[in-house]
Ligand binder design. Sequence first.
Ligand code: PEP
Ligand code: MG
Length: 584
Amino acid sequence: MEEKVYSGIGASPGIVIGRAYLLDRRKVVVAGQRIEEVSVKDEVARFRKAVEISKSQLEDLKKRFARGLGKSHRYIIDTLVMLLEDKMLIDKTVKLIRESQVNAEGALKDTITSIGQKFDKIEDEYLRERKHDIEQIGERILRNLVGHRQESLTDIEGEAIVIAHDLAPTDTLQMRKDKILAFATDAGSRTSHTAILARSLGIPAAVGLDTITDVVKTGDVVIVDGIHGVVIVDPGEETFLEYLKRQRRFKYFEQELEKLRTLPAETLDGHQVYLHGNIELPEEVASVAEHGGTGIGLYRTEFLFMNRPTLPSEDEHYHAYRHVAAQAAPHEVVIRTLDVGGDKIALSQTIDGEANPALGLRAIRFTLQKPDIFKAQLRGLLRAAAQGNIKILFPMISSLPELRETKKILAEVKEELRSDGVTFQEHVEIGIMIEVPAAAMIADLLAAEVDFFSVGTNDLIQYTLAIDRQNEHVAYMYEPLDPAVLRLLQMVSKAAQQGNITLSMCGEMAGDPLYAAILLGLGFQHLSMNVASIPWVKRVIRSVRMDDANELVSLVMQESTAEGARKTAESFMQKRFPDLVAEL
Ligand code: PEP
Ligand code: MG
């Protein structure tokens, strides 16, 4: 067998050799057929049986989930189970089998299509969103009708490397590090949600491999190099041994980095940098300190809203934030308000089918239009801030009026809490994400109104270079060292300095050791990243002087292309950190 090499994007570092598990996510193809009148009864029974099987599969999944990732994630399954009793779906299908004398597959498909069309016309966005749930449950029943099961990550026996077209947020929630050694997907980019989560879970991953699911079969031996985004199928002996060696070297290097854990992130000439962790789940707080970071520079709160039929209450917000702050104490926790839409989760209230969701009703734009959702979160935040070191971060601000509107709502919430006699923190620091080019360009105006900036390069690069961060076809153009991006970063840094506010970065750029010295020279004193990156960045910080970092910035800024800037940065790193570069 000849080895095959596929190149994509390194999404989460590490080298893994193991057996593949192909997660089948193709849609079942079924044909509607007419049936004889005498068969109608059997056909209805067959349909009902498939519904029952679907129900017991979901109950089973829920039980397995219960041992895994916390009860809030079980809501999604409850929603689906409820749909299995839905009259519109079940009774209508049965009626169609009886009246039109079609087989169960055909009747179910027609029912789902007609429900879908009705949903498209519905004004209520919550109801409209239920369409996806119905489609999902319909697909499950169809699979059970034809005896083709929808696989889930919890089905995997033993350890495996997961190969999939793409992974949904529900898949990533089921990822257990002890079972899933690595994953490789056709879709995705370095900053797609799945990649970010893989890094935070410490699961090596390569994404954007285009057609990897066409060539890998379950049981194949594969190598995933999550550093370079390479997947090798059926490796030959030489390759196998070479990667075994690389794997050992990588592990050794990680152990060396571990020794830095308790040391400060300080340059050789004593300039202090703060390395924080990005988290998505409250359970991740402990891993920040374990990796040598201090506090949370970005808590993405989207997960609180996910996989459940209802919205989180003010109290749920309060408890989650208080818990995170207590665990991170005495260090700070920067909590970002809900950022839905775009490539992020869809919420029942978000708009489905926007032509350009990344440019649509996303993040702060969404919460400003849904003051109830926003206020519940802000109330929880302000109450929790009375008991912990919490700062509030607003995503995707793109203009001054938008920021002022946001602050107005925050002031209203404070006023409401005050008149309710509820204890809360009056003086909580607020910051904004700088992730839209417009915000970077008016950073001086914005700086006058907030306590800190946190630069979100994942979106800033997407919007500046007009590259969809989800799209693997343009991922090669996603370049943090593009002169346009660097100029914006410099503008933001100057504005923060002149406005005397804290400058932080929480996009993925902050976690790449190649950029650490440049960011230092650009004036970023706070860097927040995936926990796995903390030791790597710390290693660079602890080995440079500010003079060198400043010089590197002036060299990089003189380059007129991303390629030139990258070469300059790489040769600096090569000279300074040959061992580290060898691992990247
Ligand atoms: C960013 O855009 O850089 C960022 C940190 O936010 P998110 O990745 O959650 O969009
Ligand atoms: Mg963002």
